[in-house]
Design a protein around this ligand. Sequence first.
Ligand code: PMP
Length: 300
Amino acid sequence: MAQTVYINGEHLPLAEAKVSVFDHGFLYGDGVFEGIRVYGGKVFRLDDHLCRLYRGAKAILLTVPLTPEKMKAVVLECCRRNQLQNGYIRLVVSRGPGDLGLDPRKCVDGATVVVIADSIALYPAEVYEKGLDLITVVTRRNPPSATNPAIKSLNYLNNIIAKIEVTQAGCFEGIMLNHEGYVAEATGDNIFVYRDDRLITPPVHVGILEGITRAVVLSLARELGISVMEEPFTQYVVYSSEECFLTGTAAEIAPVVKVDGRVIGEGRPGPITRRLMAEFHALTTREGVPIGLDEVVSRA
Ligand code: PMP
C-alpha cells in the first residue's frame, strides 16, 4: 500500500494526505486523471500518459501548475519513496478548492495535484486464462458533443452506472454502445475484435478514451504484420468475430470469450489474442522510464 502521497509539492504520510471538501474535483468531478503502470521498476509509457493528461487539462481549460518535465520528476520521486517495483500510479489534477458554485474562476488557489503510488488487480488471474463473459449495458457512453470520453476526466459517473449494471449481471465487464448504437468501449477498457483476418477497434470519434494500451496494441499488431483497422462496428460484428479482447493499463490485454450469451470463436482466448498478450508482456519488460530504485537502495 502507498506509504506517502504527493499533494501539491509535498510527499505526505498516507494518513495526512487530505484534500479540501471544497475541492471541485470532489464537489463536481472537475479535473483529469491518469492511471499508469510500473513494471520491474520502470514506468510504462509515462510520456504518453502525461501527454494525454495535459491535453485533457487543456480541453477543460484547467491549468496544470507543473510543467510536464516537473510532473515526470514528481511521479518518479513518488514511486521511489514508495519503493514501487511493480504497481500502479494514480495521477490526479483537480480544479482545486473553490466555493459551492460551479464557477471554476472561484478556485483561486489553483489546481490540486495528487500522485498515489499503489497497486491494482482488476480481474482475477483466471480471466487471463479462460477469458471474460461480457454483457452489453443499457447505459450509453457519453456522446463526444457532451463530456467527450476522449478526456480522461474525474467525472466517471457514466462508466460507474454502466459498471453497476455489469456487476448486477454477475459479470466483470460490459460493452458500452455510443449514442448511435455503435460499439464504443468497455466501462474502463478499450475493445478489439478479430474478424476476417483483420484486427478492428472503434475510432476515437465514436466516443472513447484514446487508450494508451490501445495504441500499444495497434502498433504491436502492425509490427506482427496483422491487418489493423479503426472503424465503427455494431454488436453483430462482435457476436460474429473470431476473437475479442479488452485493453487497458490496469486490465492489460484481457481475452473475451462470450458476449451477451454468444460464444466468441471457440470459446477460449484465440491465437491472435494470446500472441498479442505475450508480445505486450515482453514489451513491458523492455520499455519504460526507470524510477531509479537502485539509487535509493544503494544510498540507504
Ligand atoms: N476506456 C476507459 C473508459 C478507461 O477508463 C480506460 C482506462 N482505464 C481505458 C479505456 C483504457 O485506457 P488506457 O489503456 O490508457 O489505460
